[in-house]
Design a protein around this ligand. Structure first.
Ligand code: ADP
Ligand code: MG
Length: 192
């Protein structure tokens, strides 16, 4: 069976200034069902790579082709608006008709989503953000340090939930955490 390629990056070159390039001739292919991790220290250009993939900034050279994508961000509290319920905010961007079903499959209590963000723990909220991302029916999931704002014990649970989405998507994750990268990745690409 041939797997679908969900992200192609070819010969990407980018820096905010010409004399400080973050990547030069960087290439990467990602397939559905695969988790690839970009590993690099703070300031090495990991978040910038996602900005380039999302199309928010343009490469200097090279080419990026992607399937439909959604994102999980580092800080779950800033990725939801504080005054509306989680469910309201998911409804704004995705079809929630099978939200409860997905929650059950993912082992998340659906009634949590009737609450506002500050009523949930960081781990619960990051689970909600993974479910929101999945309900947007992406082929590609971009996860920027998805567990780094969480307690150690919760990190593992949230990471396991993210890995359970792999049946439906390809995941590109970025982290500075080498142990996490080794534990969960099909491939690791080091930058910086
Ligand atoms: P990482 O996510 O790996 O910590 P970033 O992609 O956020 O790294 O940043 C890479 C480098 O680019 C850093 O030196 C950062 O200061 C710089 N940088 C990030 N965003 C901008 C911007 N909008 N304009 C200029 N420089 C930036
Ligand atoms: Mg970053």
């Amino acid at each position: 069976m041939t797997r679908k390629r969900v992200l192609t990056i070819e010969n990407l070159t980018f820096g905010y200034t010409r004399h400080a390039l973050l990547y030069s001739n960087f290439s990467l292919s990602l397939y559905e069902g695969e988790i690839v991790t970009i590993l690099g220290p703070s300031g090495s250009g990991k978040s910038t790579l996602f900005e380039l993939i999302a199309g928010n900034i343009k490469p200097m050279e090279g080419y990026i082709k992607k399937e439909r994508f959604s994102q999980v961000f580092q800080d779950p509290y800033t990725s939801f608006h504080p005054t509306y319920t989680i469910k309201n905010q998911i409804e704004d961007v995705a079809d929630v008709s099978n939200m409860d079903q997905l929650c059950k499959e993912m082992g998340v209590e659906p009634s949590l989503f009737e609450k506002r963000p500050h009523e949930l723990s960081g781990g619960q909220l990051q689970r909600a953000s993974i479910i929101r991302a999945l309900l947007m029916k992406p082929k590609l999931l971009l996860a920027d340090e998805p567990t780094s704002a969480l307690d150690n014990l919760i990190q593992l649970d949230v990471m396991k939930l993210l890995l359970r989405t792999l049946g439906q998507v390809g995941i590109l994750m970025i982290t500075h955490d080498r142990d996490l990268a080794k534990w969960c990745s099909d491939r690791i690409i080091e930058i910086g």
